[in-house]
Write a protein that binds this ligand. Structure first.
Ligand SMILES: Nc1ncnc2c1ncn2[C@@H]1O[C@H](COP(=O)(O)OP(=O)(O)OP(=O)(O)O)[C@@H](O)[C@H]1O
Length: 356
């Protein structure tokens, strides 16, 4: 597989950067997914959620150029993806570090690939900037075997960020991190994306993380013949903060909508029953109209304002088990008795029609 080094013409702000058309993947006689269609825009942050095995990683690897689809096309900046490129940084579920290199060398290797003319000092400065970001300065000269799982994952994140790619492809990047590091890196990721207008495509199993980070959330139906069944627009203002997200009533509608999909509709829409061209819905709004100030109920008073939205991996909804849980309505793992469930119906009548 060759690495593309060509410089591509930057897309205009907000323009479509990635087009996925009629993508399908078969293994033997099984169609994992087919009829997958979506676009990603310049500077957009998209999360994809769906049950285990529906094909999210396969789609991400296809965008990265690391896997080939059985049919369909992935077009980035007007060119079909035929292999990996330094315009796309990938953070893998497993960290995928080179075990014989130290943290510094792993990241420096990526930086030198991107900027082969940089001096040793420039490379070192770039490495240190991103190692500092993920809080690993003390581990610069350690090899992966000397790091914990979460530390290795942070090196993988630093390596992807350090090449400052125009597109970040993140496969559950924060799953192995402790709550504090997870929150810090989520915040940094938002800042970096706002500053660089990077396009981000991220797989997560954590609906709260999706609501915090994403401009749009792709909901993927179950396989076989899985598809992106629906595109949920995050209508909450983009300067979302973990500590105050739950003060916005839209948050509860969005969260209920995502959980409802995972609990019930993802299975109903399996086996090719989802539309090939997913509808865009705005469950944060009532009747597809932006809420007027003062029209909506406020967050429960008993919810502590310091409650993080994604306080720990354990607060993530484990998708494989979501079906056995009643749809949680609050963003923490605090006792539910302290936080009354919202009474809002997450679906507006028009949304119900559009996904019926
Ligand atoms: N080399 C392979 N041969 C056969 N089947 C495969 C192969 N690679 C992946 N699959 C199957 O393809 C399906 C999609 O896998 P993929 O890893 O993309 O799913 P996923 O949605 O990312 O899952 P998870 O959320 O658990 O990471 C799975 O059912 C998997 O078993």
């Amino acid at each position: 597989m060759s690495i593309e080094h060509d410089v591509v013409t930057p897309a205009a702000p907000g323009a479509v950067r990635v087009r996925v058309e009629a993508l399908a993947k078969h293994y033997g006689g099984t169609t994992v997914f087919d009829g997958v269609n979506f676009s990603l825009h310049e500077g957009e942050f998209v999360c994809i959620v769906g049950h285990s095995g529906c094909g999210k990683t396969t789609i991400l690897n296809t965008l990265a150029g690391l896997e080939q689809a059985s049919s369909g096309h992935v077009i980035v900046d007007g060119r079909e993806v035929v292999g990996p490129g330094l315009d796309r940084g990938v953070v893998f579920q497993g960290h995928a570090l080179m075990p014989w290199l130290t943290v510094r060398q792993n990241i420096a290797f990526a930086v030198r690939s991107k900027w082969p003319d940089w001096s040793r000092a420039e490379v070192e400065a770039q490495v240190r900037k991103y190692v500092d970001l993920v809080g690993l300065s003390a581990a610069l000269d350690r090899k992966p075997s000397e790091l914990s799982g979460g530390m290795k994952q942070r090196v993988g994140i630093a390596r992807a960020f350090a090449i400052e790619p125009r597109m970040l492809l993140l496969d559950e990047p924060f799953g192995a991190l402790d709550a504090l590091t997870r929150g810090t890196i989520q915040d940094e990721l938002l800042k970096i994306c706002a500053a660089t207008r990077q396009t981000v495509f991220m797989i997560t199993h954590d609906v709260d993380e999706a609501i915090l980070l994403a401009d749009r959330v792709f909901l993927m139906a179950n396989g076989p013949r899985a598809r992106v069944a629906e595109v949920v627009v995050n209508t909450m203002p983009r300067d979302r903060q973990r500590a105050t997200l739950h003060h916005d009533p839209q948050y509860y509608r969005l969260r209920n909508h995502l959980v409802d999909f995972l609990v019930a509709r993802s299975a109903q829409l399996s086996d090719g029953r989802a539309p090939e061209h997913p509808p865009e819905v705005r469950p944060g709004w009532i009747d597809d109209a932006a809420p007027a100030a003062g029209e909506l109920p406020v967050a429960p008073a008993s919810l502590p304002s310091s409650s993080p939205v994604s306080p720990s991996p354990s607060a993530a909804i484990p998708i494989a088990t979501a079906a056995v849980a009643s749809a949680p309505s609050v963003p923490t793992n605090e006792p539910s008795s302290r936080m009354p469930a919202p009474t809002l119906d997450p679906l507006s009548p028009s949304q119900r029609r559009s996904i019926a």
